[in-house]
Design a protein. Structure first.
Length: 155
């Protein structure tokens, strides 16, 4: 009677299958990262597996389909690899940083407006305090026949 070698055959088949899956996943990531089109043919060719084997692997088939759809939706810009896409946590951090920056800029803006307001007020006060010597002359030069300029009387 022959020895039962089925355990060895099953182990070899499992190793071949695991190796094919590893090559397919590596090829899929490489194509996505390189911005190359992700199709069953390109993945099968890059991984050295058959297209029918890829179709039989539900998770790989789903991932290839998702990447193909994404590439077809955005043909004008280069595709961003899955690993480089922003996560919700990183988007939240960017939003917090932008909000903090807005607060700082609003504070700076408020300070600059207050400084401008003070400077313009001081300039106006200085003009009112000194009897504007240039104002009557400039008015007389514009309208020599009119009455001389008088500052408004305070109540």
């Amino acid at each position: 009677m022959r020895a039962d070698n089925s355990a060895h055959l099953i182990a070899a088949a499992r190793r071949r299958s695991d190796d094919a899956r590893r090559r397919a996943v590596t090829a899929l990531r490489s194509l996505d990262a390189g911005g190359q089109p992700v199709t069953f043919s390109t993945v099968a060719s890059a991984a050295g597996v058959s297209r029918s084997w890829l179709y039989a692997q539900d998770d790989l088939r789903e991932q290839i389909g998702r990447l193909r759809t994404r590439q077809q939706q955005v043909p004008s810009s280069p595709p961003v690899p899955d690993r480089q896409r922003a996560t919700p946590a990183s988007l939240l951090r960017r939003l917090e940083a932008a909000t903090d920056r807005i607060r700082v800029l609003e504070s700076d803006n408020r300070q600059l407006r207050d400084a401008l307001e003070r400077a313009l007020g001081e300039q106006r006060a200085a003009a009112i305090r000194s009897p504007a010597t240039t104002r009557p002359e400039s008015r007389e030069q514009k309208d020599p026949g009119g009455p001389p300029w008088k500052p408004p009387e305070s109540p």
